[in-house]
Design a protein around this ligand. Structure first.
Ligand SMILES: Cc1ncc(COP(=O)(O)O)c(C=O)c1O
Length: 385
């Protein structure tokens, strides 16, 4: 019998299974029947902004071979990203600290491999974005789960970290986070960053939902710590999921190690996608129109879902998720979501993917779909109560 490696034990990303069920449900519907409303997916329905698509089209028509770029990406994109930190956060960052990656997903293994050793403990709050735990585990690192709740906005605190024995080697935070949609206040992020620096803990801050925040200000960990790793992407605010471009802000000590890893693992992010991503910075009105749509859908759902039997929703600070505690209605969110899909045609994600101990009491609704669909979903769920 041949050996099978640790990586082969990575569990599925269950949301993908819910997507498959929603697809099957849609395909089985008779013609003219109301369509399935997709609130299980965490990707904007809008596609890349027009300016990004135009830049990609022009690059395709041009003579450039669009071969590999340097491992850390096109220098013009890195410079533009540095400017983005000045524009959004008032931060002066050297482009040399910015690495363009294959989405945020491509940044995770680079960050984890560069920062940690086999067996190292890495803390993170539950509920969490499932690939954090699955990638850590596949790499032989040990996720240490911090059980958070509404009182701490589903975010970790320095006190939770201080209580860990032995202390972790790293901490992953996300603000706004997936699935809860909650945020750390800038002072809370600063406190975590300072605690990590004081205790020799490497902070990894997933800032992929920056730009999609409705009630609280954003802050980047790069402002509070020179040793933190910041991860971000063009997938969410920039609406470019399938283009597979993200980036990292690296501490000086990790620039060369991550570059070497990136050279070996990915060579470079897709060249044409990097060109499109750079152009996306000039598409602010279109991107802000997307944010305005999310904001309206969020407000409508927050106003209607409580009376539709979802009164207990996590503070919806950002991203495009509502994380609802459905304890009063079920103790099996998977069965609940399957029934909701069958009876209302609204697909949502059961919480088990995000929290292996308490997730069966939670459902995640994503509101990045078309605005009319979000209104229809609220109406269908209200009738279903
Ligand atoms: C919190 C979080 N981080 C990272 C990712 C992965 O993003 P990317 O498309 O850039 O790989 C996602 C995708 O949903 C996410 O929700």
């Amino acid at each position: 019998m041949l050996k099978i490696g640790r990586g082969a034990e990575a569990p599925p990303f269950m949301v993908m299974d819910v997507i498959a069920a929603a697809n099957a449900n849609q395909a089985a519907l008779p013609v003219g029947h109301p369509h399935v409303i997709r609130m299980e997916v965490g990707q904007p329905s809008t596609g890349a902004p027009a300016g990004a698509r135009d830049a990609a089209a022009a690059a395709l028509r041009g003579g450039d071979a669009l071969g590999y770029t340097e491992a850390f990406g096109r220098s013009s994109l890195r410079a533009r990203l540095a400017r983005h930190y000045a524009d959004w956060y008032g931060l002066d960052l050297a482009p040399a600290r910015i690495a363009v990656t294959m989405g945020a997903s491509g940044a995770f293994p680079l960050a984890f491999l560069a920062a940690f050793d086999r067996g190292d403990r890495v803390a993170l709050a539950a509920p969490f974005y499932p690939p954090y735990v699955n990638i850590l585990t596949a790499l032989g690192l040990e996720p240490v789960i911090l059980e958070t709740g509404p009182a701490d906005r589903f975010q970790p605190t320095p006190a939770m970290l201080a209580a860990l024995d032995p202390p972790p080697a790293g901490l992953i935070v996300a603000s706004p986070c997936n699935p809860a949609g909650t945020m750390l206040a800038p002072a809370e992020l600063r406190a975590l960053a300072e605690w990590c620096d004081a205790n020799g803990v490497r902070l990894i801050s997933d800032e992929i939902y920056h730009g999609l925040h409705y009630a609280r200000p954003i802050a980047t960990a790069a402002a509070y710590s020179d040793s933190a790793i910041v991860i971000n992407s063009f997938s969410k605010y920039f609406s470019m999921t399938g283009w597979r471009v993200g980036w990292m802000v690296l501490p000086a000590d990790l620039c060369r190690p991550v570059e070497c890893l990136a050279q070996n693992m990915f060579i470079s992010a897709p060249h044409i996608a990097q060109i499109a991503a750079e152009a996306a910075f000039d598409c602010t009105p279109e991107l802000q129109a997307n944010v305005a749509r999310y904001r309206r859908s969020r407000e409508h759902l927050l106003a209607t879902l409580p009376a539709a039997g979802f009164p207990d929703i996590a503070a919806a600070d950002g991203a495009f998720y509502l994380y609802a505690d459905v304890t009063a209605r079920t103790n099996d969110a998977q069965v609940f979501c399957a029934r909701m899909l069958a009876e209302t045609g609204v697909a949502a994600s059961p919480g088990l993917d995000f929290d292996r101990t308490r997730g069966n009491r939670f459902v995640r609704f994503s509101y990045c779909g078309p605005e009319a669909d979000m209104q229809d979903a609220a109406a269908r769920l209200t009738r279903w109560t």
